[in-house]
Design a protein around this ligand. Sequence first.
Ligand code: PLP
Length: 482
Amino acid sequence: MKYYDKLIFELSKEGRTGYTLPENGIAEYSIKDIPSDLGRAQEAELPEVSELDVARHYTNVSNMNFGVETGFYPLGSCTMKYNPKINDEISGLPAFTSLHPFQSEDSIQGALEVYYNLAKSLSEISGLAEYTLNPYAGSHGELVGLMIMRQYHMKRGDTKRTKVIVPDSAHGTNPASAAVCGLEIVEVKSNDKGTINVADLEPLLDDTIAGIMMTNPNTLGIFETEILEIAKLVHDAGGLLYYDGANLNPLLGKCRPGDMGFDIMHINLHKTFSTPHGGGGPGSGPVGVCAKLVDYLPNPRVKKDDDRFYLENGENSLGSISSFLGNFSVYLRAYVYILTLGKEKLKYVGPLATLNANYIKESLKDYYYLPIEGLCKHEFVFDGLLDKSTGVTTLDVAKRLLDYGFHAPTIYFPLLFHQSIMIEPVETESLDTLDSFIEIMKKVAIEAKEDPETVKNAPYSTPVRRLDETTAAKKPLIKYKD
Ligand SMILES: *Cc1c(COP(=O)(O)O)cnc(C)c1O
């Protein structure tokens, strides 16, 4: 039985789908198969409005939004680069958008080719043997990668390895994914240069360690120069190295996590490879592994035999971790981006992003406190204003920037400093934009000294003023009418 047919069959046996598998193998959907207790109890309350009212509503709502195409968006750790229009145009072609997940392999050869070629490009870019594109997000990729790490040790009968080392500078998703995967977290502290000391790591490496999760450059934008030694130590102790690829942008075409000794990694297509993100998706977090781990990759895998592409389920695989082949429209955008730039131009991405970050850092360090001096990669962190006497906090600075038309940087992350302002300008911004941002950041620092109340009560120009952010996130008002 083919993979999808088997899946439908399994799900329908459990009563989890309205699909039934007829004799001819073509799945059909019938509304009567939906359990009656899932039906609506009363009519939906929908507004009776004209097309013009609908158009106005959405135009006004979109005008309240802020995106990369509204203004500068220096959100650290998020790589808010421009998403070229050509990517959307190609991913919107009816040949792709009208594909149905239950089509036969023979009728989706083109789509499978895109999947296969994109996975191959990611292998070449990162130095890992094979990729699955199936995970839906970076954090989902982390979970899948850690499941592979566990599976590897379990299959070898090395069942004691239940701990994973995570640096204190790590993105919050790292320890969260490890916990979801059932691994115990062992923290390793950063030194005053913002990197990991080999001497601090060594005593932690025993036969209970499954591996280490790192990103390089780390979340402070600092390159871990001792990575080769770290990799050797972890491998010698029987552990594996996981690379959080959210920071791959500065490395593109320059160096590869696989060559540094990493065994497993995820890539955020919605960061490094210019596909849109924010608002919860759709994202994509492909996971790559070194040769000895390919058998554990999730199902299905896309393979090639002469000129034909096909799906295969591996015997030692983790199983399925997403429906069908994941977020396909995201793959198209990333694939177009890679093909548009090509091998040579991809090599400019990292250096330009790095130059932009260092330019802003050096221009502002007389106004904001720079805890770690020296060259950064694609991003860096200030610890609040240089002048601490004003009482103006990082939150106040972030809110004031909104009045000047800039998206705020990432604030209060990483947790190593109390007033973190994390700035990542990316490579797609012009010198003019960087200069206007620098000018406004200076202006806010001067305002903080001369007129702190103005900064503390900002913003003034946004549709809403300061919100209780927890309530706003937990209880969003999404009704069209009260
Ligand atoms: C964004 C990010 C993640 C998580 O990726 P999502 O796609 O948002 O789940 C993990 N680590 C780092 C360093 C990140 O910047």
